[in-house]
Design a protein. Structure first.
Length: 109
């Protein structure tokens, strides 16, 4: 277990309302949940931007790439499609990772 320093004034205030260790642990847990949700929302926003740009979700986008006619259309309309695909994959992975982390912390409650 790690040790954390807290200003004496905060320590006094926390002691007045309960067990400091439990209060701090709950505060850290809430902070982590907030940050995980922020990361999830950012990943969702980025994924939504790509879905709007290509008018489809990622699985459909991949299907379009396997069709020569559709691929030609994508290349013409979106010359940066390869970079977009790489970034889209990145955000898909980020979304899954942050979902797993959030699930983990929520299950440990």
């Amino acid at each position: 277990m790690a040790t954390v320093s807290i200003k004496n004034t905060y320590l006094d205030m926390l002691t007045a309302i309960g067990r400091v260790d439990l209060i701090v642990e709950e505060a850290v847990r809430k902070y982590l949940i907030d940050k995980y949700v922020e990361r999830l929302e950012k990943a969702k926003r980025k994924i939504r931007e790509f879905a709007e740009r290509y008018s489809c979700d990622y699985p459909d986008f991949n299907l379009r790439l396997s069709d020569e006619r559709r691929l030609a259309k994508i290349e013409k309309e979106h010359p940066t499609w390869e970079a977009d695909k790489a970034e889209w994959v990145y955000w898909q992975k980020e979304l899954e990772e942050w979902k797993a982390k959030l699930e983990d912390i929520l299950m440990k409650s």
